[in-house]
Structure formats: structure tokens, C-alpha cells
Design a protein around this ligand. Structure first.
Ligand SMILES: Cc1cc2nc3c(=O)[nH]c(=O)nc-3n(C[C@H](O)[C@H](O)[C@H](O)COP(=O)(O)OP(=O)(O)OC[C@H]3O[C@@H](n4cnc5c(N)ncnc54)[C@H](O)[C@@H]3O)c2cc1C
Length: 476
């Protein structure tokens, strides 16, 4: 049987574009369909515009911080329209690059929705195409809340195109999207209430980071409402009233629901292709991205495992290499570094203290200090750094940081941790001075031992603390 394509990719986001581009580069006849925007969530309504908006908020704070260093800038209001217009033109530039990459690799581009007709046939914008192998890379979407008045809420897709910056925002959710937008809106001058069900934001992150983030958000002017959930939202004129489970009522101009995401599988016709799904419709795959149908694969957020752009692209690349190239690239979902672009940002790699303690005793090193950047600003910003070390092997199991440049620092550290570095390897590494990052190689005194057993001497979170060498200017 001959097919129109060796490989057809459904979805032109991070994973799909990489997979199609690499497969075409290996000489495969590749087709790819995208129904909305090249580059997918990350480029258009995710990582990239989000980070530009985080930077916009940071620049405002930097201008104010500069006064402590002798600069005397005025305190003009932020111009939302300039930010959104400049952001949009940058995104258009990136869209064009993604499309061009596919074109120059020789992939055939379809700007249409693709759905399964049968296991080897797709309907692509009304046209039938057949393919030997098919990749589902359709990503995910924000879930719509179900409480009464949910129609008065926006979701993250909308947040990038608001005509005006709201003066008062209620953010619903404690995940990374909620805390990032809390920082964006607060940094640009909005009043922000953050409502989340857990005692602390960012469930799943190290508890010290969660505590420090809650403190930093509050210090940045965000009003925190932990342990409650939204019950209903009513709208009267331009004002929204958010009723919470503890009886409180919050008023806002904008209610932003960031309550989770779900895989894009509705209407794809997966049943006609014999592709099995699990929780919330996530496409089930094995370690080689293969679905329950022998020749159909799924990558990225549609599989709902580790929903990050570099994971989707790594999966797409590995799959294309495995199917048409020199063989699969080796990579692992273990110890993937991750960042939250909150204010200040967070970054982590490896095990949290809580995860490590379940495996056996772990030596915990924590340092919390005022970074030099804020020595003269008067802004009450603290940096937190933490190492989680397996007591038996002295291998560093996890590194965690809250503070400026945390994501940039963690990218390098993740290489060391993935190479199996021990605490002694960190200790014999000479630092770069004066930096905040040098603290990771000068953490000398164990803060506590974490263990799941009742004998654990783990004290309360964050503390006792080392004094950061970077803070004291003695890290050499
Ligand atoms: C607000 C926000 C911030 C984020 N920030 C970060 C971050 O800082 N760092 C990070 O690593 N990750 C971040 N992410 C997550 C990241 O965007 C995703 O993990 C990544 O985009 C997943 O890539 P993907 O290829 O699986 O799916 P997507 O990028 O979502 O691409 C899927 C594409 O498929 C298309 N599609 C869907 N169905 C069809 C169909 N039937 N036919 C044709 N086309 C179809 C969609 O239009 C979409 O373009 C963020 C996400 C959001 C929402």
C-alpha cells in the first residue's frame, strides 16, 4: 500500500513542528496540519508572550530599583497598548520563522484542522490524505471553570489580548500560570487577589520554595487567599463579584481562571483510529511515544505527562530520529529542570525535600539571603537556594531556587545533577564572585536531615538558615 506521506503530523506546535522538520530533514515525505497558529501554545499564547509580559513587569521594578543606585527616572504609568502591540509583532515574526523552517525542510504545510477518518486516513480541511505513520501533537487547552457565572471569567488564552490592563484582577488558581500572571499584573500596577485551594501556591514544588513564594507574592502586593475556592461569579456593569467558599466576596474588573489544562482530543476521531486515551482524554503512549495503534504516535501536552515545551520538542525530535534517522536520541523525563516565571522566579531540578525523604535520609542545605542586587534598592527581596543530597551516596538529588536569575542558573546546575554530581563535586567547584549563583557551591553547613521516619530531625520549613556568602560579600 502506498500512502501520500511517510509521516503526517497533526498540530504545528512545539512538538509537531520539531518532529515534522527533523523527519523531513531525514528525507521522509512529511505533511503537517495546523488549524490556528504556527508555533502552537508556547509561541502564541504561552511561554513566549508570557515571558515578554513578565519582563515588562520586571522593567518597571528595575526602574524603581535604580533609584537606590542614583538614577532618577520619572514614575510614568505603564502603556499596555505599546506592550501588546510590540508583543504581537514579535509573535508574528516567530510564526513566520516556524512556517519557514518547515518549508525549507521540505514538509508540506496544511493550514487546516486534521481529523482521523480511519487509522491511515485523515480529513485535512476537507481534503483526504493518507499516511504510513501519524503523529498526534495537538497540545492542550485551558479548562473552563464550571461554577455559576464562569462565563464572566477569562482563561489564559484571552489574557494575551486584553484591550486594557484591568485595574483590579482576581486570579483563580495556585498553579504556575496563576502565580506568573499575579506577578505580571501586580508588577504593571494592578491590584491582584490570588485565590487557591491549597495552603500554599505551586503544589508539587519544594515546600520551602512554596513558602518563600507566598511571602514574596505578599511582599509584592498580591493579596493571597489560601485554602478557599470560588463558588460563583456575578457581573454588574463592569464589576465582577467573586464569591468564595469562606464567604468572602472579592470585587474586580477581571476574573482570570487558571484552573488547569486538558488535552486537545475532542472531535479528533481517535476511536476511528484505535487510539486509546486515559485521564481527561490524554493519549496513552509507551516510552517511544507509540500509542495503542502500532503506527500512530503522540507527543507533547496531548499525552499530559510533563507539559513543557522542551519536553514536547525533545519527544518530537527523538521520534523523528527513531523513525527516519540514525535511531532514537537518548533522553529522559527524569530530572527535567523547570521554572516558574513568578516575581521573583523559581527554578527546580530533581527531587524535592519531601520526595527525597520518602526514599531515605537526605541532607538538606538551605540558604536565604538578600541578594546584592537589592543591597541598595530597599526592596525586601530574599533569594532562597536549596540542595537536597542523598545521605548515603552524597549524590545531589535536587536543587531549588527562588530569586532573580533562578531559571538561568538552574539550567547549568541541571547538567551537573543529571551527570550524577555529588555534594563533594559542588564543594570543590570554585565559585564566580560576586554572584548569587556562587552560593550553590559554598553551602557548607547542613541545615537539617530530612527523613520520612519518626526519628527525623527535620525542623519547620526554611530554617535554621545559613547566611548567604554572596550577601556578606565573602564568597571567595
Ligand atoms: C500560559 C502558558 C504559559 C506557559 N509557559 C511555559 C514556560 O514558561 N515554559 C515551558 O516549557 N512551557 C510553558 N507552557 C507549556 C507549553 O506551552 C506547552 O508545554 C507546549 O506548547 C506543548 O507543545 P505541544 O506541541 O504539545 O502543543 P501545542 O504547542 O499546544 O501545539 C499544538 C498545536 O496543535 C494545533 N491543533 C490542535 N488540534 C489540531 C487539529 N485537529 N488539527 C490541526 N491542528 C491542531 C493547535 O492549534 C496547536 O497550535 C506554557 C503554557 C501556557 C498555556
Amino acid at each position: 500500500m502506498t500512502y501520500d506521506f511517510d509521516l503526517f503530523v497533526i498540530g504545528g506546535g512545539s512538538g509537531g513542528v520539531r518532529c515534522a522538520r527533523i523527519a523531513a530533514g531525514h528525507g521522509a515525505r512529511v505533511g503537517i496540519a495546523e488549524e490556528r497558529h504556527w508555533g502552537g501554545t508556547c509561541v502564541n499564547i504561552g511561554c513566549v508572550p508570557k515571558k515578554l509580559m513578565v519582563m515588562a513587569a520586571d522593567y518597571g521594578a528595575t526602574v524603581r530599583d535604580a533609584r537606590g543606585f542614583g538614577w532618577n527616572f520619572g514614575d510614568g504609568p505603564h502603556d499596555w497598548h505599546t506592550l501588546i502591540a510590540n508583543k504581537d509583532s514579535e509573535i508574528s515574526r516567530l510564526n513566520a520563522i516556524y512556517r519557514r523552517l518547515l518549508d525549507s525542510a521540505g514538509a508540506r504545510i496544511f493550514e487546516a484542522r486534521a481529523t482521523f477518518v480511519d487509522a491511515h486516513t485523515l480529513d485535512v480541511g476537507g481534503q483526504r490524505v493518507t499516511a504510513d505513520k501519524i503523529v498526534i501533537a495537538t497540545g492542550g487547552h485551558p479548562t473552563q471553570p464550571a461554577f455559576p457565572g464562569a462565563e464572566h471569567c477569562i482563561i489564559s488564552d484571552d489574557a494575551f489580548f486584553l484591550p486594557e490592563r484591568p485595574r483590579r484582577v482576581v486570579l483563580l488558581g495556585g498553579g504556575y500560570i496563576a502565580v506568573e500572571f499575579a506577578g505580571i499584573f501586580a508588577g504593571l500596577g494592578s491590584e491582584v487577589d490570588l485565590v487557591f485551594r491549597q495552603p500554599l501556591p505551586l503544589r508539587g514544588f519544594d515546600e520551602d520554595l512554596r513558602t518563600a513564594l507566598a511571602e514574596a507574592l505578599a511582599a509584592g502586593g498580591v493579596r493571597l487567599h489560601p485554602g478557599v475556592s470560588p463558588v460563583s461569579v456575578e457581573a454588574a456593569g463592569g464589576t465582577k463579584r467573586v464569591h468564595l467558599s469562606d464567604g468572602a466576596v472579592l470585587e474586580a474588573d477581571l476574573v482570570f481562571a487558571a484552573l488547569g489544562r486538558a488535552p486537545n482530543v475532542a472531535g479528533l476521531g481517535l476511536d476511528r483510529a484505535g487510539v486509546a486515551t486515559g485521564n481527561a482524554g490524554a493519549v496513552l503512549v509507551n516510552g517511544q511515544s507509540r500509542t495503542s495503534a502500532e503506527h500512530i504516535y503522540a507527543i507533547g501536552d496531548v499525552t499530559d505527562r510533563l507539559n513543557l515545551t522542551p519536553v514536547a520538542t525533545a519527544e518530537g525530535h527523538a521520534l523523528a530520529d527513531g523513525l527516519f534517522g540514525p535511531g532514537p536520541r537518548t533522553w529522559t523525563l527524569d530530572r527535567v529542570a523547570t521554572a516558574v516565571f513568578s516575581s521573583p522566579p523559581i527554578a527546580s531540578v530533581g527531587l524535592t525535600e519531601q520526595q527525597a525523604a520518602k526514599r531515605g535520609p537526605a541532607d538538606i542545605y538551605v540558604s536565604r539571603f538578600t541578594p546584592m542586587r537589592h543591597a541598595l534598592t530597599g526592596r525586601p527581596r530574599k533569594t532562597l537556594m536549596k540542595l537536597v543530597v542523598d545521605q548515603a551516596t552524597q549524590r545531589v538529588l535536587g536543587a531549588h531556587m527562588l530569586g532573580e536569575d533562578a531559571p538561568e542558573i538552574m539550567q547549568g546546575l541541571s547538567i551537573a545533577i543529571n551527570c550524577g554530581a555529588t555534594k563533594a563535586d559542588f564543594d570543590r567547584t570554585v565559585g564566580i564572585h560576586p554572584t548569587a549563583a556562587e552560593e550553590f557551591v559554598t553551602l557548607r553547613t547542613r541545615t537539617r536531615v530530612a527523613a520520612a521516619s519518626p526519628e527525623s530531625d527535620a525542623p519547620p520549613l526554611i530554617g535554621p538558615q545559613e547566611i548567604g556568602a554572596a550577601e556578606m560579600g565573602v564568597g571567595f
